[in-house]
Design a protein around this ligand. Structure first.
Ligand SMILES: C[S@@+](CC[C@H](N)C(=O)[O-])C[C@H]1O[C@@H](n2cnc3c(N)ncnc32)[C@H](O)[C@@H]1O
Length: 438
């Protein structure tokens, strides 16, 4: 394939650089920084998606650095490691700004220049993850998927994982019992519990575990001191015991005065960057600005990450979520915090919102924290349910822009946009948006 020189105009959502050569041919190139000039070899030419691999950086950015992770070249994760941290934040802000400007909606285009804030940096830029999920490929290699492949790069330690996870992984790898288990394993999730400083393994197994598998698991627990639980999940079975993970939210002045402990059952959702989660919750509380008179609806509430701190200063919180274990955890977390003004319901969000609207319910403030797919088709019912404020927490800027457009159509006004860097070294961007009813 031919090689050519490309000027990188910008980075796109997903982290690839958009380059153009002297013939103005567009090319998507990974591992680059906007403004750089690179030589790249064409990899594939497809309608609307030409890709090339950079072979040399002809004019590097002054913020280019040597990627700190030994696996950077092969591993499919952490695609922003080749730039320093301030530049990572700038690129994330530029990607978000670009998406808002491309939306074709004049209000979002104005928001891109007038209200979009700089991302809130993460307190730690490496070793911030409280859990990692490793894959096992068909050659039984345990690691992360290689770029554009189902094969794995064997990983002995991860730049993003908290040190206890890496210590535990290094102790597991040489163990006979662990390698026997890998024969039947699809993924291994290693979870660190910050409060007890212990580690749990959640193994996705190809079949129901047999007594010999459980014995191997017990041998590992007996050998590795920080490893306290090994659970198996798979098609039609789940052997997860009662273990939970817990972390602490400090008082978030001026909104909360108490420290709260939040726990979740193993396998449930929790933000992976626990330190930065405190800043995320603080931002959400700032945007909600609730008083003792306010009623809150927390949609996609999980185990109560926002509901529990919000309940301290509001009249009431109704949390809705589809996962039963998360609802059990939310109820327990609220009760442990001594609260009597919360209700948590397990229900699909769309059905729950329709029911609430039919019943004529109104909430002063609504929190919306959907998964990557966002919350399509919800804007109309949200406009019926919301009296004052809607705070949307998004982990995908594309679905965020789509949903913001819908919300604007139903009379919401966009007031604040705060990106929060939950995932340093990667292109991922979390954003908190404040909307108000007109
Ligand atoms: C991004 S997480 C947010 C959890 C929580 N707000 C937090 O900060 O920990 C999204 C949550 O939405 C739940 N969920 C996803 N789709 C759902 C649906 N259609 N109905 C109800 N809950 C859903 C998931 O189980 C998950 O707990």
């Amino acid at each position: 394939m031919t090689s050519s020189t490309y000027h990188i105009e910008k980075l796109l959502h997903g982290g690839l650089g958009l380059g153009r050569n002297e013939d103005k041919q567009k090319m998507l190139i990974e591992g680059v920084i906007s403004g750089e000039t690179v030589a790249a070899k064409i990899q594939s030419l497809k309608k609307n998606r030409n890709t090339a691999v950079a072979t040399s950086i002809i004019e590097p950015s002054s913020e280019r650095i040597k990627a700190p992770c030994q696996y950077y070249k092969q591993c499919g994760g952490c695609d922003f490691q080749h730039m320093n941290y301030p530049r990572q934040l700038q690129e994330k802000q530029a990607i978000l700004k670009d998406l808002l400007q491309q939306s074709g909606n004049t209000i979002l285009q104005e928001a891109a220049t007038q209200i979009l804030n700089a991302p809130l940096p993460s307190p730690s830029q490496t070793h911030y993850r409280q859990r990692i999920r490793l894959q096992v490929d068909n050659k039984q290699t345990l690691g992360f998927h290689k770029r554009r492949s189902h094969d794995c790069v064997a990983i002995e330690s991860c730049l993003l994982a908290t040190p206890k996870i890496n210590d535990c992984l290094q102790k597991l790898l040489p163990q006979y019992a662990f390698n026997k288990l890998l024969n039947q394993t699809e993924t291994v999730e290693i979870l660190f519990d910050p409060d007890s400083s212990t580690v749990t393994l959640l193994i996705q197994f190809k079949r129901k575990p047999r007594p010999a598998d459980k014995q191997h698991a017990q041998d590992l627990i007996n050998t590795i001191s920080e490893l306290t639980n090994i659970f198996f999940i798979g098609d039609g079975f789940s052997v997860t015991g009662n273990a939970s993970l817990s972390f602490t939210l400090p008082p978030l002045v001026p909104h909360t005065t108490k420290t709260v402990q939040l726990s979740l059952e193993t396998g449930g959702f929790c933000q992976v960057n626990v330190e930065q989660n405190t800043n995320l919750v603080k931002t959400v509380l700032d945007f909600c600005a609730v008083t003792k008179k306010d009623t809150i609806l927390d949609l996609f509430c999980g185990m109560g990450n926002f509901s529990i701190p919000l309940a301290e200063r509001s009249q009431s919180v109704l949390g809705i979520e589809g996962q039963g274990s998360a609802i059990r955890s939310a109820i327990r977390n609220s009760s442990n915090a001594g609260q009597d003004n919360t209700i948590f319901k397990k229900q699909p969000i769309h059905a729950a919102c329709s029911e609430l609207a039919k019943a004529g319910s109104l909430f002063d403030c609504i929190i919306l924290d959907p998964p990557r797919q966002g919350a399509p088709g919800l804007a109309r019912v949200l406009s019926a349910l919301c009296r004052k404020r809607l705070v949307y927490i998004s982990c995908d800027p594309v679905t965020l822009c789509r949903d913001l457009e819908d919300l604007l159509q139903y009379g919401f006004v966009i007031k604040k946009l705060q990106p929060i860097d939950m995932f340093p070294q990667t292109h991922h961007i979390e954003t908190v948006a404040l909307l108000e009813t007109a």
